[in-house]
Design a protein around this ligand. Sequence first.
Ligand code: SF4
Length: 63
Amino acid sequence: MRLAINPAACDGLGMCAHQAPDVIQLDPWGYPLVSGDELEGPEADQASRAIRACPRNALFVAK
Ligand code: SF4
């Protein structure tokens, strides 16, 4: 799976990075950065947790 973000929906509080520390880094302002790389195994599990945890539904699986 590939993780993507809708930056217009993101509140920049960074909850997702706590759920997916190996997948999501935060920029200097606290907004998440995702690589767009294919994720498998534990990284895909982290990404799924981050999607579920996002209060703004700003994270999604890219096609
Ligand atoms: S949890 Fe959602 S709204 Fe919050 S920083 Fe991450 S992507 Fe943005």
